[in-house]
Design a protein around this ligand. Structure first.
Ligand code: OGA
Ligand code: MN
Length: 343
């Protein structure tokens, strides 16, 4: 009898294995980098709203006129904004992902084996760094907590979404012309040099029209993105610190994966120019941030090299990805909101 269990060739898996392999190191010849433009692969796009958003400076972003945004010929709906962050901004977000977001009530992969309330603090509890505990953290979830087993969000498993990441996501969404995007769930992924993330689609959100925003910091990664099924051969894209990937429209439900972390050639968080914005917070209107002077305070702390050192040690051999989603439809107030409950 013919074997019907294999309906198609898993070309995604082939590429994943190729880039993951260590025995035979993969060639990076076919990995797309937007720094090396090839016209038949990558195109520069002009966003709908290139006006500088005054909130950007305090969120560690450069002026919008300096941002470079790219689209991919073979992947409609996929966009890449090449590191729009300032060097101090890079430090700010790396610090937040390490010191702030893995605090309770946010959820962490290590919750099942430990009772840690504040992971970063716990790592340095004895004066020196507990590398074992440090390496154990693989993800933290924010807002509507991703349920790794059922893949279903629930109103009972929701905690406040960080105001700064909410505001950052709003600035990026507005720039792209999404005026009603609202960050409601995020996974912060922590990768070591040998970590991978296998092929998947992100389809748990009620609202699949809203784009998914993915922010990368630290070491680089090979990001694979294919199509709606795994027979479609994926493209490999190099993601570097500060890059933002947007999965929208046709790309929103495409298979993607991270088969390899790559040591970075640039460490913008260690560049000399670490200017921080002046305290103009009082004149900027934030949508979500209630205490803008705190952003400056955190940035000031981060540009102090002595303070930065513990974060630097981590990021020199890790990659962090903040994967932000809108969960609900525009006027929906909860997962169980009756208006949307006729499925
Ligand atoms: C995810 C994801 C990709 C990345 O968290 O769903 O696809 O670049 N992350 O780490
Ligand atoms: Mn994903």
């Amino acid at each position: 009898m013919p074997d019907n269990s294999i309906e198609f060739e898993d070309n995604f898996k082939k590429q994943f294995k190729y880039y993951k392999a260590n025995r035979v190191k993969p060639s990076f010849h076919d990995v797309m980098s937007v720094d090396v433009l090839k016209d038949n692969e990558v195109i520069t796009v002009t966003p709908l709203n290139a006006e500088t958003d005054p909130r950007g400076a305090l969120l560690g972003l450069q002026k919008q006129s300096l941002w470079h945004t790219f689209a991919f010929q073979n992947h409609p709906g996929l966009l890449l904004i090449r590191n729009p962050f300032t060097n101090a901004g890079q430090r700010y977000w790396i610090q937040r992902c390490l010191q702030e977001y893995p605090k309770k009530p946010n959820k962490l992969n290590i919750d099942i084996e430990t009772n840690v309330q504040d992971w970063w603090l716990e790592c340095f509890k004895d004066g020196e760094c507990n590398r074992v505990l440090q390496k154990k953290l693989r993800w933290t979830t924010l807002g509507y907590h991703h349920n790794w087993d059922t893949k279903v969000y629930s109103d009972e498993s929701r905690t406040p979404f960080p105001e700064d990441l909410l505001e950052l996501s709003d600035v990026v969404a507005q720039y792209l012309g999404y005026t009603n995007f609202k960050a409601e769930a995020a996974i912060v992924n922590y990768y070591h040099m040998d970590s991978t993330l296998s092929a998947h689609t992100d389809h748990s959100e009620v609202n699949l029209e809203a784009p998914l925003l993915s922010f990368s910091f630290g070491q680089s990664a090979i990001f694979l993105i294919g199509g709606k099924n795994k027979s479609i051969e994926p493209s490999a894209i190099l993601l570097q610190s500060g890059d933002i990937i947007i999965m929208s429209n046709e790309a929103r439900l495409c298979y993607h994966a991270v088969p390899r972390i790559v040591p970075t050639e640039f460490s913008p968080w260690n560049h000399e120019n670490l200017e921080i914005p002046d305290n103009t917070s009082s004149v900027v209107n934030f949508k979500y941030i209630s205490n803008p002077s705190q952003l400056i305070a955190v940035m000031e702390k981060c540009i102090n090299n002595e303070m930065w050192n513990q974060f630097n040690n981590y990021i020199e051999e890790s990659r962090i990805n903040m994967n932000v989603r809108q969960v609900l439809n525009e006027s929906q107030i909860s997962i169980t909101d009756e208006k949307f409950n006729n499925k």
